[in-house]
Design a protein around this ligand. Structure first.
Ligand SMILES: [Zn+2]
Length: 258
């Protein structure tokens, strides 16, 4: 890991300079993006890099318009596993082969759920921390620098206190939003047909799909559990089959104690 001192503006400026020297006629926007990508890749070599799917959609949608194509784009983006992703791509290609090729050109491994790393336990592809934070400080940004920073600091301080107080009152194992997501999966679990293979491994039939669940590895072949850390409906049907509680199988990072 590179030392934190390399995060200084002078170091970042050197990254920009090297790019400009190698390709002097590059557009400024592209230079900025490449320099930042290189900088992040150098400082955080082991962290996953994701692209923002909504920006890619906005660019792609300029050439390929229509509600039908829009729906197919998002179906492919939101597929959790390769089988669903390939099906979505086939449907898109049947409709418009050029649109499919253009779609592939955006490097799917950086913004499709089917390719995302399962270690981070986050399936977000349409938003990111920076956008959320920008929305949060949008009113403060109109002010003078010092007043803006002071307002952001005091708002964040109040927010942290409020969130802490809310969670202290909350008497369940999971955070409220996570609990709501889990409840939706529990409802779908009633539609799953579960068959045990070993004490912890199961085959689950759900509509036309057949999936393998491993409760010990906290994994399902649909990849939703692996990617989000929240048991999918297939896994919950197996958990109930074993007379256990779904809450105990949620990743530790979502628990109130953590
Ligand atoms: Zn599943």
């Amino acid at each position: 890991m590179v030392k934190n001192k390399q995060l200084k503006a002078t170091w970042l400026a050197k990254q920009f300079l090297e790019i400009i020297k190698s390709r002097p006629h590059w557009p400024a926007k592209e230079i900025k993006e490449t320099a930042l990508l290189n900088a992040v890749a150098t400082i955080l070599p082991n962290s996953e890099h994701r692209h923002y799917a909504r920006h890619i959609f906005a660019h792609w949608h300029k050439s390929f318009r229509g509600e039908d194509l829009k729906l197919k784009f998002w179906t492919a983006c939101k597929s959790y596993n390769m089988a669903d992703f390939d099906d979505a791509i086939k449907v898109l290609a049947e409709d418009n082969t050029v649109a499919k090729l253009a779609f592939r050109g955006y490097n799917p491994s950086l913004f499709f759920r089917a390719f995302l790393d399962t270690n981070t336990k986050v399936d977000v592809i349409v938003n990111n921390l920076a956008d959320t934070f920008n929305g949060y400080i949008i009113n403060s940004r109109t002010k003078h620098l010092i007043y803006m920073l002071e307002e952001i600091r005091s708002n964040l301080m109040q927010r942290l206190v409020m969130k802490r107080m809310e969670m202290e009152k909350h008497n369940k194992m999971l955070c409220p939003r996570l609990q709501a997501k889990l409840e939706k999966e529990k409802e779908l679990a009633a539609l799953c047909e579960c068959m045990s293979s070993t004490r912890t491994k199961f085959q689950v039939n759900f509509y036309m799909d057949s999936l393998n669940v491993d409760l010990e590895a906290k994994s399902c072949t649909c990849r939703k559990w692996d990617l989000t850390g929240i048991p999918c409906c297939h896994a919950i049907s197996c958990i109930y089959f074993c007379n256990l509680e779904a809450e105990n199988f949620v990743h530790e990072c979502y628990k109130k104690e953590t």
